[in-house]
Design a protein around this ligand. Sequence first.
Ligand code: SME
Length: 155
Amino acid sequence: MEDKKQVFDTLMKEIDMILEGPGKIMPKMQAICQLLKDRVPYYDWVGFYLGDDSTRMLELGPFAGEPTVHVKIPFGSGICGQAAERKEPFTVQDVSQELNYLSCSVLVKAEIVVPLFKDGKIRGELDIDSHTRGPFTDEDRRFLEQVCVALGPRL
Ligand code: SME
């Protein structure tokens, strides 16, 4: 990929435009998933899970990529559930090394999950799977955190 920072800066502007434009939040989240999947070559599945501390259950929201069997994930379970429990981004560069992992596809090699907060409380997360091993850098994490900071308060 050409300069990551440049690609992420451009994408962030487009995401801000989507969020500030007209329409409901779910179609906007769908558009963000599609945008990220289409424009970052190693983002092979991009989706949102929604959930909070009252139910401690994540439910699949808008996503782009192959359908997954993991439509409900308890806090603590898998990479998604661990990120929800820790309330911190969680990057796994090689999923074969992670014991607490829920596989969606044998093609997936790496995963990054970034929580979404509203009013200081967890409301869900952004989850990205990659078919490339070790693709995520601090730039990815910072960019995805920026996306979640822009989106979370609108949930
Ligand atoms: N791999 C995730 C499950 C969700 S899918 O990646 C879409 C996990 O371990 O939590």
